[in-house]
Design a protein around this ligand. Structure first.
Ligand SMILES: [Mg+2]
Length: 167
């Protein structure tokens, strides 16, 4: 169980993810979380740097998709800006949304890096499928009330992982 909560990589933001390194690791696609990974939770505005990063990733030949627990409209609007596949209301860490998007990208889980700000949804969901996982710091301290509860669990999990030198 603990192993499933361990990200392969930890970064402060999307912008720190080295696209060349991903390609060297055999990664052909990235599956991104939306809220607090690409967009602050309470905002519809992608920061220009993140947009540039995503365009650069797509230009490098990486495929991209979105898997979000948020509502259809918000996720679809964002996905359409980049013409990438998405799953909304995905109930992460459930596998179905990830599987659907990875299939639409014509890739398999071992070719995918899942990028997200939550251990118990993004990282756990990605690891269960055998994807690479990248944990980013949340963009905003504001978040859904339910997330605030799981953040407490997450803090606990991080302390355990650190004590076991797993992260
Ligand atoms: Mg998130």
């Amino acid at each position: 169980m603990l192993q499933l909560l361990c990200p392969r990589l930890m970064v402060n933001s999307l912008l720190e993810i080295d696209i060349t390194l991903l390609r060297q690791q055999g990664i052909d696609g990235i599956v991104l979380d939306l809220d607090n990974t690409i967009l602050p939770w309470d905002s519809a505005e992608i920061c220009p740097e993140a947009a540039i990063w995503l365009h650069r990733a797509l230009d490098s030949g990486l495929k991209a998709g979105l898997v979000s627990n948020n509502r259809q409209r918000r996720v679809a609007e964002f996905a359409s800006q980049f013409a990438i596949p998405f799953a909304a209301r995905a109930f992460k860490p459930a596998s179905r949304g990830f599987q659907q998007v990875i299939a639409e990208m014509n890739l398999t889980p071992d070719q995918i890096a899942v990028v997200g700000d939550q251990l118990f949804t993004d990282i756990l969901g990605g690891n269960r499928l055998g994807c690479w996982t990248i944990w980013v710091k949340p963009l905003s301290a504001r978040e859904f009330i339910g997330t605030k509860v799981t953040r407490q669990l997450e803090k606990l999990a991080v302390r355990v992982l650190q004590s076991k030198k797993m992260i």
